[in-house]
Design a protein around this ligand. Structure first.
Ligand code: ZN
Length: 320
């Protein structure tokens, strides 16, 4: 495979109450509500997308809010933590903000020289804010001016994800030999791999080797899958062929309206997706209006009134 992976496209997790999810990620963490749509495989429930002003790949955290769904169990075969990047000058601001809002958070020991704040979202999802030594190129991220978080302390897209695995070698082989990532650091059972493209958000994946940990269960409060980015549909088809040739079971290309997707399970059990950068979230809303309307894919428009009736009412938290 000549093409390489630049970094993450999005991370998708499972929540329970949609309003609480929205309040936390928009009202507290200050991400933009980029898209309000439904789960295409279950149109009676929402699919929320949060990110920077435009929903740039590498900044997008998405949720399926399933009211009343059971809680997941942390363990191997899943993403243990999803980390966002912040400025090293923002550690104190965030510790104070999280404390004021009664969020369970702690400053952990530094990781590869960077400060880390760990926090738990209302559904038990583990989120980290990492004071990134190297910032992403401002050309590759667009701050959201209406964020309730002041611009100097804003989240700058993903820093990394940490995957908890029984063993890490086969996953390491996939991300290095196929994706083009390199082992850039290691400490204890944590092995850090990064794409060579230092300009983009979300270029790091940490593989945690945890042979003594039980297999987890993906449900509320856990990451459902992570998506890596590819530049277009032609390249995505090359990825599909490459992965099939390596022996992976890969889904056909699925139209997710804002990107096209293929999915496969990596050797450690985490569900991986490869998603196209285009067409992006301005496909059906202007950038100024992202997140304002319930957006449905064309094939669901005829059922709009029934879908709107079933979906729980939500209110977008006030912005600055
Ligand atoms: Zn996805």
């Amino acid at each position: 495979m000549d093409n390489k992976i630049r970094g993450l496209h999005h991370v998708t997790a499972i929540a329970s109450d949609p309003q609480r999810n929205l309040d936390f990620y928009v009202g507290l963490l200050g991400l933009r509500f980029v898209k309000r749509t439904v789960n295409f495989d279950d149109p009676g429930s929402y699919h929320f997308y949060f990110g920077d002003r435009r929903g740039t790949p590498g900044t997008i955290l998405t949720f399926f809010p399933w009211p009343g769904a059971r809680r997941g169990i942390r363990g191997t075969g899943q993403i243990e933590a999803t980390a966002f990047a912040i400025s090293p000058d923002s550690i104190r601001y965030w510790l104070e903000r999280l404390k004021q809002q009664h969020v369970t958070a702690e400053r952990t020991s530094t990781r590869f020289g960077e400060e880390v704040i760990r926090l738990i979202d209302p559904d038990g999802l583990l989120i980290e804010l990492i004071a990134a030594a190297a910032g992403v190129s401002p050309a590759n991220i667009e701050p959201w001016p209406q964020s309730p978080v002041p611009a100097e302390h804003a989240i700058h897209g993903f820093h990394s994800v940490s995957a908890a695995l029984e063993g890490y070698e086969r996953t390491a082989r996939l991300v290095t030999e196929s994706f083009g990532y390199r082992l850039v650091d290691e400490s204890g059972n944590r092995f850090r791999f990064a794409s060579p493209d230092e300009s983009v958000p979300g270029r790091i994946i940490d593989l945690l080797c945890q042979p003594d940990t039980a297999v987890g269960r993906v449900a509320t409060g856990s990451v459902h899958h992570i998506a890596f980015r590819t530049k277009d549909e032609a390249e995505q088809l090359q990825w599909r062929k490459h992965l099939v040739d390596l022996g992976y079971n890969v889904t056909p290309v699925i139209d997710r309206t804002y990107f096209h997707s293929i999915y496969f399970r990596e050797p450690g059990g985490v569900l991986f997706e490869i998603a196209t950068d285009p067409p992006g979230f301005t496909f059906d809303e202007k950038v100024e209006e992202l997140g304002r309307h319930l957006c449905l894919p064309p094939w669901m428009e005829s059922s709009r009134s029934q879908i709107e009736e079933i979906l729980p009412r939500i209110e977008v938290p006030p912005t600055s």
